[in-house]
Structures are given as structure tokens and as C-alpha cells.
Ligand binder design. Sequence first.
Ligand SMILES: O=C(O)C(=O)CO
Length: 347
Amino acid sequence: MARPIVLHLGDDIRWNHDLYKEFESNFEVRRSYSMSRAEFIQALKNKTFGDFYAMYRPFWNTGGEMGNWDNELISLLPKSCKIYASAGAGFDWVDTECLARRGIIYCNAAAACTESVADAAIWLILSVFRLFSWSAIAARSGDPEQFMDANRNLAPVSRNPNAGFSLGIIGFGRIGQRIAKKAHAAFDMRILYNDVVQMPREVEAPVNATFHKDMDTLLAEADCVLVATPFAGGTLLNAEKIQKMKQGARLVNIARGKLVDEDALVAALKSGQISAAGLDVHFNEPHVSQELIGMKRVEVLSHNAGASLDSHVGFERLGIENILQFSQTGKAISPVNAHLIPGRANL
Ligand SMILES: O=C(O)C(=O)CO
């Protein structure tokens, strides 16, 4: 009997070779490698890959050259396509509702990069409290004046993150919870969180987390606000919301740059409303705001929070496992839109 076809987008896998062999024995794997949008659209129109059952994208740096997965692309997918399993936690580049309308489950791979992202968040939390980027920039400048400036002036504005400070996490999913656990264990910080629903006691209790149904009350109380929520198409922290933050609070963003209005952030840093910011992600990547780069109290990374070998090995694995399990049981491991597909919601 013919095996169902899987379209593998992007580069060859690099680590999970035995699992990939099992994958190939279950499916006929066809490859698109790294096609431009125009090439990919043409290939879909020509049915170059046949009537594929699944799409597998093991890396976030390749296989996404066709750009955003919007209705233009999704409407060209064959009716046989039932699941798309991709690397990465964020899925702002794919219209998962549109996929759901076509009966296609989208699976992300947040579980594979949770640890890396949470570790990066700890780096950024430490950074906004202790202002190490000021120190690092001064030391790297090789300029004795800058060195002495940091050496003399940083201490009075640098604080130990500890039980006297609260960390307000917006978005208490897998990654937000892991950050809470690490920050609570490492620094004993008080954990506040905001999400659409309150978490069960067994999630809250180990980190002594306090639920804020209203984001504004969290903003008013948190000494450090940390954004860990998916991008849903709109700005989460605009000028009005930033004004609601506690005077001198810190801001960390490990989610998506477009969740924070960067002009408003710059203004708040200038006025002292926000005392420091730690940003893995940026509004207009790969461009980083020149104003933010120039601020000593701002730590910036190149969207590397989830970037580790561990995450990448996990991305490869989880994508394959999602497709294998879904084909065998009808239940994927990490679907994000199953609740929107009739008949799949409670599987
Ligand atoms: O996986 C993602 O989408 C990330 O941005 C991790 O940093």
C-alpha cells in the first residue's frame, strides 16, 4: 500500500537519524528545500509534491522562505493535508485559524525550546536588575573612562532580584511557568501572572504564584514585567499600558517584538517610568532600534532566547513525533488549533 506523503520543508535533519528512518518507513518524504514564495505557490498549483498528508519543518531558519502562511498559501494546500508540524514556539507567521478552517492541525514545538527560552529570560531578568549590559558595553569599549563610569556609577542603581521584588509574567503557558519556577528558585522572587484563565493550584502553589485576571493590576504591582505571551496580531504594551507600570519597573520581552510599542518604551526609559529593559525580540527584526541600542540600561539580544543545540534536536524530534502520533492515533502531541477543528477539540 502506498505510504502517505509528507512534505519536508527546509534543510535536512541533522541529529535524529534513527527517528527519521522510522519516519521514512511510515511516509513517503518529499522535499521542497528552501523555495521562494513564487516558486512554492507554483509548485502547489502544479501539485509538484502530490497529495501530501503532512508538512514537516524541522528548523526555524529554513523552510520558511515562502513567507507568511496566509490564506493565499493555505488555500492551495491539497485537501489530503491534515497536519503541519513546525519548529519554534511562536506561530505569528502562520494563520492557524485559516489552517483550522481547512481541517489542518498546526503543531508548534514550544516544548523543545522551553528550557532555553526560560534560561534566556533569567539572563534578562538578572540583566535588568543588575544592569550588566552597561558594565559589558563599558568593558568592551576598551575605553578607561567608560570602564570607570560603570565601575563607579552602576552600583547605586543596581539591585539584587530577591524576595522583595515581584516578577509579573504576562502569559503563563509552558514557557511562562518555567520562567516562574527558575526565577522563584534562583532569586526567591514573588511571582504574579496574567493569562486568560487562572491556572490550577498545582501550577500556582510550587511558585506561590498570584493570578491577576486584569493585566493592569499586574502592571501596577510588578517590579519586573515579563512578556511571555504569543503574538495575537496586536500590541500588548502600548504607551497607555506602559504608563500603568509601576514607576521605575523593569521590562523583559522574550515573546515577540511587536507586542511592545518600542517608541513608547524608549519614551518610558527616557522619563524613568521604566528603569531598564531586556529584549530578546524587536519590533522590526532583524533591525534593532538605534535608540534602544544607545541606552546603557537596555540589554538586547538577537532573538536567540530559544536558540540552543538542545532546542534544535528537540524541534526535529517533536515535529516527527507529532506527525507519527497523529497518523497512528488521530491525536497530535502539541497542537495549537485543534480546539478550532470540529471533531478534534477533545481528542
Ligand atoms: O521558538 C520561537 O518562536 C522563539 O522565538 C524562541 O525564542
